[in-house]
Write a protein that binds this ligand. Sequence first.
Ligand SMILES: NC(=O)C1=CN([C@@H]2O[C@H](COP(=O)(O)OP(=O)(O)OC[C@H]3O[C@@H](n4cnc5c(N)ncnc54)[C@H](O)[C@@H]3O)[C@@H](O)[C@H]2O)C=CC1
Ligand SMILES: O=C(O)[C@@H]1CCC=N1
Length: 267
Amino acid sequence: MAEAMIAGLIKGGLFQPEQIIVANRSNKERLQELTKKYGIETTHNKKRVVQEAKTIVLAMKPKDIKAGIDGIQDYIDGQLIVSVLAGISIETMTSLLGKQTAIIRAMPNTSAAIAKSATAIAASEDVTMAQIKKCQSLFEAIGICKLVEESHLDAVTGLSGSGPAYVYFLVEAMEKAAVEVGLEPDVARDLIVQTLLGASEMIASSDKHPSQLRKEVTSPNGTTEAGITILQQKGFEEALISCVKRATERSHELKTMFSEALVTTDK
Ligand SMILES: NC(=O)C1=CN([C@@H]2O[C@H](COP(=O)(O)OP(=O)(O)OC[C@H]3O[C@@H](n4cnc5c(N)ncnc54)[C@H](O)[C@@H]3O)[C@@H](O)[C@H]2O)C=CC1
Ligand SMILES: O=C(O)[C@@H]1CCC=N1
């Protein structure tokens, strides 16, 4: 996720490579690779990164947050902290940092790697409008960015954070189906990809509701109607709704779990 952001920020011209400093836990080779690829500065000196930065992006796994911010608390003095960690609330981060500070929680998705992320951000009370705008432009360099209430971030995670995986799952099923109806896998892959791209662009560029676009594909008594009837009989719509709801619920569960594990052990 961090690399996707670095690539988008540099490609989009929002930052010069020398304005970005990256640290990780211990992997020197990985840092060298990033320096070579993007011309950015890398270091294992967290204190230096934090003191020099105006914006600090946290992009470790949620379980590593404690170790990640351990030792930087003393150097946080007005910088904006942007976290992309799923399930770590602003309250938990504030508690771990031991001080009230400007924190933005963001939920991007992996399409950030090709500057097509659907990101939502939520801000703590200490964040200024200028910092929100700055953060929005940061995520707009890698896709679109919506400002939401923090309470909506579980839903965003269940919808667009996990969303690319639902689409990949759909493609996996379509590929299996294509082979079963006799198509060559390579031909099928190209047809499926173009079908998805075309349908996405139709939704994005048309004023019509997706249900109207669907109707326009569906001739009475034709092939689409026959196929959609099977999807309805097999509970496709219900399955997708339950999928997003369960992922949203899981995001809430993880948030509660991390909050209890990270904060209560500190008391
Ligand atoms: N993969 C996804 O679809 C999405 C992931 N996220 C969030 O992005 C975050 C990162 O995910 P990935 O990029 O997939 O993980 P990753 O495992 O590829 O990268 C995590 C990075 O954190 C670094 N790290 C670990 N401990 C550290 C420490 N103590 N100090 C400094 N750096 C440390 C590691 O060296 C590694 O480079 C996660 O918190 C995840 O919840 C958010 C939206 C979508
Ligand atoms: O599966 C997960 O928990 C993370 C959050 C959103 C996408 N991946």
